[in-house]
Design a binder for this molecule. Structure first.
Ligand code: GLC
Length: 482
């Protein structure tokens, strides 16, 4: 038996803001549990849903030195799908309306605390991982602290670490002086070959430098981040570490995302009966959202965090033109105000064609995947992307930009060979996107048999966790000895 600990800032079903939580909530249960004892550790946020908080069971507490004070560390646990979840409790750090705040140095202080507390908690929990799998910058200090102050201790000696990058855009950067003060790390760590980046301290960089292996969530993104355009300043380091850097595609949980067993959708369907059944979900949604009731009209869905990463500038630029076409557009998400307002404006301007649901809702997201004919995701960059995998599963053909995981998972339609599962375009250019959408409209309206064959292929591809979980296992075994 090998012990693996996942450390992350969010995980389904306890707390979620994005795809990271889906991965942390679904990968552990897909690893071979006869061979790996996988546990997960998260912060205990005050903003967790009450029904989740009710599941947590208090274990114990202790005090830890951090930021020149002796700080409380409470430990809680819960069982979920046979996996043990631990929670680090500290009300000073984790009381907030949302898991993350907008104050960069406060974020560094909170997650620096979390990273140190994770290591300090292990002997108290009596759980010695063979490997700690860290996710994103919030856990970047775990490999660093492990090297710095825990390796001298017998309990910690030999623990391996993996750093997985879900999004390189966020790195936890701030001036060296403050970060050094808070984390208590010595001068030694703040040089350009370690945590320093352009005179600032960079927590993700620390994780990448000190982890035994680095991964990201698709093969294409693993290549892209070695270039200046996608590298967010760390492309040089990632090139230097390329021998230990691999891209392993995310999967999705087919127990949750399958149109034949989906409790949220009015008319379940499968790969055999979708021709008749899928459209019923569309008319139901048109009714629910007050769109024109027309089962023939092509519906385009968007479910996303509303951030610039996702390509909303392209959509804003050609939305008026697109709304002249015979399409309906349904949007669900929250995020940056400018994009929330942009979609509210178009929903007001084109009331019977555009619906904007500016909120977070699992139920509505499933309804949109089931109801839509196409799914639009023109991302500027996309480490993996999970929504396009959900869309494929629901026979809703993705229209994507060829970047990161989108490129690895959506095969563009080739009308000559009769292949492909969606539509794609290469450049970050609004009219290139519009042309691609219009090409999709043409196939949808004029060559419906071809469209349906594409649905057949889309629903047949397998992006469950099975294959990817095996790749993680291979890496774990390579690091800790199989
Ligand atoms: C981040 C990325 C997304 C990825 C997810 C899970 O949210 O933006 O592309 O799918 O993490 O790895």
């Amino acid at each position: 038996m090998k012990n693996i600990l996942f450390a992350a800032s969010e995980g389904v079903p306890f707390i979620k803001t994005g795809g990271l939580a889906d991965v942390v909530g679904s990968l552990p249960k897909n690893l071979d549990r006869n061979y790996y004892d996988v546990r997960v550790i998260l912060p205990k946020y005050s903003c967790m849903k009450q029904e989740m908080k009710d599941k947590l069971e208090y274990i114990t507490n202790f005090y830890m030195d951090y930021n020149w004070k002796s700080q409380y560390v409470g430990l809680f646990k819960a069982e979920q799908d046979g996996i043990t979840y631990y929670f680090i409790d500290n009300e000073f750090y984790f009381t907030s309306f949302r898991p993350y705040t907008d104050d960069p140095i406060w974020e560094i202080e909170r997650f620096g605390y979390f990273s140190k507390a994770v290591l300090s908690a292990l002997p108290v929990l009596g759980f010695r991982p063979d490997l700690i799998h860290c996710h994103d910058w919030q856990t970047g200090l775990i490999p660093v602290y492990l090297k710095e102050r825990f390796q001298g201790n017998e309990f910690f000696r030999g623990i391996k670490t993996v750093m997985t990058i879900h999004n390189l855009k966020f790195q936890g950067r701030w001036n060296v002086k403050d970060v050094q003060q808070i984390t208590g790390l010595s001068d030694y760590y703040f040089t350009p070959d370690k945590l320093e980046f352009n005179k600032d301290a960079d927590l993700l960089k620390g994780g990448i430098v000190y982890a035994d292996a680095v991964t990201t969530v698709s093969p294409t993104y693993a290549e892209e981040i070695k270039t200046p355009f996608y590298g967010e300043g760390l492309d040089g380091l990632l090139r230097a570490r390329s021998g230990d850097l691999r891209g392993i595609l995310n999967g999705i949980d087919y127990d949750v995302f399958s149109p034949d067993i989906d409790k949220y959708i009015p008319s379940p369907y499968n790969a055999i009966n979708f021709r008749k059944e899928k459209v019923k979900n569309k008319t139901a949604l048109q009714q629910q959202f007050g769109l024109e009731k027309d089962e023939k009209c092509m519906m385009i869905g968007i479910v996303s965090r509303l951030t610039d990463q996702k390509g909303f500038d392209l959509i804003a630029y050609v939305m008026d033109e697109l709304c002249q076409d015979a399409v309906q557009i349904v949007v669900l998400g929250t995020g940056e105000e400018r994009y929330e307002n942009m979609f509210r404006y178009f929903a007001w301007k084109y009331g019977n064609k555009v619906s904007a649901q500016i909120c977070y809702s699992d139920e509505l997201s499933h309804k949109i995947y089931a109801a839509s004919d196409a799914f639009l995701m023109p991302s500027l960059f996309e480490p993996c992307g999970l929504s396009q995998l959900m869309a494929l599963r629901y026979g809703t053909l993705p229209i994507v930009r060829e970047t990161g995981g989108l490129k690895d998972t959506v095969e563009p339609y080739n009308e000559y060979e009769g292949t492909g599962t969606g539509f794609s375009f290469a450049n970050y250019n609004a009219h290139e996107m519009l042309r691609t959408i219009r090409y999709a409209e043409q196939i949808y309206y004029d060559r419906r048999r071809e469209w349906n064959k594409m649905i057949d292929r889309a629903m047949a591809v397998d992006f469950s966790w099975k294959r990817s979980a095996e790749k993680y296992q291979e890496m774990y075994d390579w690091l800790i000895g199989g």
